[in-house]
Write a new protein. Structure first.
Length: 580
């Protein structure tokens, strides 16, 4: 464990001590397989991630497996460890990262990639997969970024495409059967990885190679190892009611970003928005049965005592029994003082009984995601959002006592023009003024505007992304249009959006860029306090890579870096949706 005097010298020592309520208590020395579960961001962010909690509980429920957690150390902790020659150790029992069999990373955000490298380095593990033999753990990545993991290919032994609950168990079972042979050097790493690659969803990047033409486009992507699959198929849980869910809800000692129970009620989405990568990650749509959801809610509450439960899913509005579920949850928890919250919802949810029902469970504010304010762009997005219905539902909500509304929009959409940007401000003003009509005072409207990133495995994967100059120009234009104090604007950092676009659409050549940026000090690139865009521009130049190349439109016949990954939605379907 980390020494007390070191912990007393850093901010928020609660990030590093473990020992939380409901923490797993496994004997590391007696485990047949040891799994280091890593989240490449601060503890407060990682402990808000439902996927991490599911894998942590699932693995520790296996009798011969010990799973312990690692999070990215904040800068003060990294400095303290380096000054004393210490390594980052696990929260549960203070084990070194290199002493595990697997190091598993949750990959949900491209700007966390340098933190992956930092965790490995501070943990005493070589960064490149080619430098790690049988004396080191296997490094595995999972999560949404695996829809295009190519910029990370140099650093990972294997990736898991899709949902992990079943596949990670199969991976561990295969590994456990040959662990001693591998650790003693009698089974080569390549042979072990070949056996693991036979598991559906497992992608071993070292088994493939790509070549490029004179313009930098991929000329060929081929299999180097005969037995490896030509295409890797995504894993998904067929029956969500039978999948693992953590009933012993782990309760941190410090406040985390989402300090509550997250109750997953569905995976997948019935909508087909052209920009949405999450649909590809969680396709197809699956629902949990209502009684199962209520039982899980009761168990998680009893084990934690949390006073808020958030219903999780890509589009909880589309859960068929959402009104009945909310009504029964209100009855279940009203005497306990537990509130129920929902993420962004559809306007039609707010009509009639549901409006007053939602007001009884949580009246702090409402969140909607029109994404675009003009009908032209919504048709292009294939976004189901009707302004008249939206305003009618808001009127009901304001009558029920709501005063704050949050709206999510995107800029940088195909065929976008300045009148489409004007429409964002106009709609927000309508929303604010509507409350004055029904409740005597204008509503506070928070407007969150992100730049659209044409993500892999979506119908927009072929379109261009706005460059920095366009992004900044549109943000400046909208700022000048907003004059009411009741409208508050928040824009995502344009340089961060730019870099996210490059890495989400990138190829294998970006591994060299990541490594060089990390060696120059890049950490926590998703945080304004740490992000240094000029450092990235210098590294791109040194590596002789033009980042704008990755933001260009792609030809329909071009080989894309992620074409060998099968998410269950074929290219023809994506193209058809894009042209719809």
């Amino acid at each position: 464990m980390l020494p007390d005097d070191l912990l007393l010298g850093v901010r928020k020592p609660g990030r590093y001590i473990g020992r939380e309520w409901n923490v797993a208590q496994k004997d590391f020395s007696k485990a047949a397989v040891r799994f280091a579960l890593c989240f490449p961001d601060l503890y407060e962010v990682g402990m808000s991630n439902l996927g991490l909690r599911i894998i942590y509980g699932l693995l520790n429920a296996m009798p011969d497996v010990c799973c312990e957690r690692f999070f990215a150390p904040a800068s003060d902790m990294e400095e303290a460890l380096c000054s004393r020659g210490l390594e980052l150790t696990s929260l549960e029992s203070g084990q070194r990262l290199r002493d595990f069999d697997f190091i598993g990373f949750s990959l949900g955000y491209e700007l966390n990639y340098t933190n992956v490298l930092n965790i490995l380095e501070v943990g005493g593990v070589p960064l490149k997969a080619s430098q790690r033999g049988h004396n080191f753990p296997l490094v595995i990545g999972g999560g949404p970024c695996v829809l295009n993991p190519e910029p990370l290919h140099d650093f990972f032994d294997l990736f898991l495409l899709g949902e992990a609950e079943e596949a990670v168990v199969e991976i561990i079972e295969v590994y456990a059967g040959v662990r001693e042979e591998f650790k003693q050097g009698r089974l080569s790493k390549e042979e072990l990885l070949l056996r693991l690659s036979a598991i559906e969803g497992v992608y071993v990047p070292s088994f493939y190679e790509s070549s490029y033409d004179s313009e930098g486009r991929i000329r060929d992507f081929k299999v180097k190892v005969k037995q490896a699959p030509a295409r890797v198929r995504k894993r998904f849980i067929k029956d969500l009611d039978k999948s693992y869910y953590p009933l012993e809800w782990l309760v941190p000692y410090i406040e985390v970003i989402h300090d509550r129970i997250t109750l997953e009620i569905m995976r997948g989405c019935p909508n087909r928005c052209n920009f949405c990568q999450a649909r590809a990650q969680y396709f197809p749509l699956r629902l949990k049965k209502l009684d199962n959801v209520l039982g899980l809610a009761s168990s998680a509450y009893r084990s934690s005592g949390y006073e808020e439960i958030s219903l999780g899913g890509l589009s909880v509005s589309d859960y068929p029994a959402i009104e009945e579920l909310l009504g029964r949850m209100v009855c279940l928890f009203k005497e306990k003082g537990v509130s129920v919250s929902l993420p962004s919802i559809k306007p039609r949810m707010m009509v009639g009984n549901l409006s007053s029902l939602l007001a009884t469970v949580k009246k702090t504010g409402l969140t909607f995601a029109p994404e675009a304010a003009s009908e032209k762009l919504r048709r292009l997005l294939n976004k189901d959002f009707d302004n008249a219905e939206f305003l009618r539902s808001l009127e009901e909500a304001f009558k029920s006592g709501y005063r704050h509304v949050k709206l999510y929009f995107m800029t940088g959409l195909p065929q976008e023009e300045y009148p489409d940007l004007d429409a964002i401000v106009d709609l927000a003003m309508q929303v604010s003024g509507l409350r004055r009509k029904v409740a005597g005072g204008a509503a506070q409207v928070n407007i969150s505007i992100n730049t659209m990133i044409p993500k892999p495995q979506t119908p927009f994967q072929w379109v261009a992304m706005d460059g920095l100059e366009k992004i900044r120009g549109k943000q400046t234009y909208i700022r000048k249009k907003v004059r009411s104090p009741k409208l508050k604007l928040h824009f995502h950092n344009p340089q961060m959006s730019y870099l996210e676009g490059v890495f989400s659409r990138g190829d294998r050549r970006l591994s060299a860029v990541l490594l060089a940026a990390f060696q120059k000090g890049a950490r926590f690139d998703g945080w304004d306090d740490y992000f240094v865009f000029e450092r990235w521009l210098d590294v791109f130049k040194e590596c002789n890579i033009e980042p704008d190349f990755y933001l260009r439109p792609r030809d329909k016949n071009e080989i894309l870096p992620w074409d060998h990954l099968d998410v269950g939605i074929d290219k023809e379907t994506l193209l058809r949706d894009a042209l719809h």
